[in-house]
Design a protein around this ligand. Structure first.
Ligand code: SF4
Ligand code: SF4
Length: 179
């Protein structure tokens, strides 16, 4: 039987790699909101039905160039690279592929929040008012525990919230999506 040799310390290194790091609370909350939105968008089936027919894709942000003045984004970037690698650096966004975006998690706020006007209209017809800019602002605030002045990029207000307040935000968010 063929056996593969493990270099000294190799087992330990593999084991350590499998242990998920302890995420900061803001990033953990951000990922929770990302998951809610991702599942909601998937559940509508809208993008899948339109993909490859009329849809040209909604990737309008190259994650590598996403503004990094906002501090929470660096932890998000580090985690994304740890999980998905650096991606394909030869094209535009390193995570785009012929099948669409390869990221299931850890997207930038804009990549998570944005949907095209057609999709927004379809949601509206079902009584769901979705404003991607508002969602984008919420995600950035949660990730950075701060609100920002979008023109200068400076922090204008602290946005530290308790677990109870975050639960309420999630409840309202889900309610607005009718989930
Ligand atoms: S939001 Fe619109 S542009 Fe983006 S993938 Fe869905 S259908 Fe396509
Ligand atoms: S990370 Fe995904 S959604 Fe964002 S720009 Fe790249 S391919 Fe598009």
């Amino acid at each position: 039987m063929k056996t593969e040799s493990i270099p000294a310390g190799g087992e330990k290194a593999v084991a350590v790699e499998r242990i998920p790091p302890i995420l900061s609370k803001p990033l953990a909350r951000y990922l929770e909101l990302e998951s809610i939105l991702h599942n909601f968008f998937e559940s509508t089936g809208y993008c899948k039905e339109n993909y490859g027919k009329t849809c040209k894709g909604c990737c309008n942000e190259n994650v590598v160039e996403y503004p990094k003045i906002i501090t929470g984004c660096s932890e998000l970037d580090e985690e994304r690279i740890r999980i998905y690698g650096v991606g394909n650096l030869k094209g535009g966004c390193p995570y785009s592929s012929e099948e669409g975006c390869i990221l299931k998690t850890h997207k930038t706020p804009k990549c998570i929040a944005y949907i095209c006007p057609q999709f927004a209209r379809a949601l509206k017809e079902q009584g769901i008012e979705y404003d991607w800019l508002e969602t984008h602002a919420l995600l950035v605030s949660i990730l950075n525990e701060a609100k920002f002045d979008w023109w200068s990029g400076s922090k204008i207000e602290s946005y530290r919230i308790s677990d109870e307040e975050f639960s309420e935000i999630k409840r309202q968010f889900k309610k607005s999506l009718k989930t």
